[in-house]
Design a protein around this ligand. Structure first.
Ligand SMILES: C[S@@+](CC[C@H](N)C(=O)[O-])C[C@H]1O[C@@H](n2cnc3c(N)ncnc32)[C@H](O)[C@@H]1O
Length: 259
């Protein structure tokens, strides 16, 4: 879970969780993230969750935003933003001072996102929600771009083995084409781009980066305590991976690219 510092302080919400009988471990690397070890009640029924003081969010999802390193007053485009967990973390880390354009091709998910951002205490005057196809959207330039691309979700198979049933080569190929288009467009919009997928497959990670003209961009290991990419490309040491059995979170591929 993530402590939502737009609504509370870490100290006070951790005390509340203790009083609710929740046993947890605070992440060493990302101190606003908390791993629930035991809870007397289902997480969603806890008072601090209902009050949006803590948000159910996976550690790997937070690390993606850490790799983006959102700064105060930066202009950031989130090309695949709904339902908004990462956008809201961008706003939390920038203390509601970043200026974010959040795009998604699903209007339904954008509507859910607007409600969620409001409940999480995000300053909506600094976030524009745009219904768009982000593979082609053309806007002014931004300081940074985030692409948390649609993918197989194979990084969550340990929690939901049913994902295996819908995992086909055709779907992975379809996703990888969209992922490449989203990343290329992000590099047209900003000089600092973080790309991620909740996937353990190189087709949705290393191979997407290998299709780029790497003479034009630099890969930057924005977070150093996570694993490196798979050694299936010669620049794997510049990529980032989180693995369920090592980092106790969803499996994620992360690349940060700069010019
Ligand atoms: C992994 S989810 C994003 C989750 C979100 N970043 C978060 O942290 O809450 C991927 C999103 O990409 C959107 N998407 C897929 N293809 C897209 C496209 N061509 N343009 C814009 N959004 C797209 C989907 O509707 C979905 O909401």
């Amino acid at each position: 879970m993530r402590v939502n510092t737009l609504r509370t302080s870490e100290e006070s919400v951790l005390r509340e969780l203790e009083l609710e009988g929740v046993e947890f471990i605070v992440s060493k690397e990302v101190p606003y993230m908390v791993k629930v070890v035991n809870s007397k009640r289902p997480i969603r029924t806890l008072k601090p969750v209902k009050e949006f003081k803590v948000v159910p969010q996976d550690l790997a999802s937070a690390v993606v935003v850490e790799a983006l390193k959102p700064g105060f007053n930066e202009s950031i485009i989130d090309l695949t933003a709904a339902p908004g967990l990462k956008t809201s973390l961008i706003m939390m880390l920038s203390e509601n001072r970043a200026k974010v354009v959040a795009c998604d091709k699903s209007l339904k998910r954008l509507n859910i996102m607007r409600n969620l951002l409001k409940k999480l205490g995000v300053d909506l005057s600094r976030v524009s929600l745009i219904h768009s196809d982000s593979t082609t959207i053309s806007l002014r330039r931004f300081d940074k771009a985030l692409v948390d691309a649609p993918c197989s979700n194979s990084g969550a198979i340990h929690k939901d083995p049913g994902i295996k049933l819908s995992l086909t080569k055709g779907k992975v190929l379809h996703n990888s084409i969209i992922q490449s288009k989203l990343l290329s467009n992000a590099l047209r919009l900003a000089d600092y781009v973080t790309f991620s997928t909740c996937s353990i497959l190189p087709e949705e990670g290393e191979f997407i980066i290998s299709k780029l003209d790497l003479s034009d961009v630099k890969l930057f290991r924005a977070i150093t305590w996570v694993g490196k990419g798979y050694p299936v490309v010669n620049f794997y040491e510049s990529l980032m991976r989180l693995m369920p059995h090592i980092h106790e979170c969803e499996g994620f591929f992360i690349a940060t690219l700069t010019r």
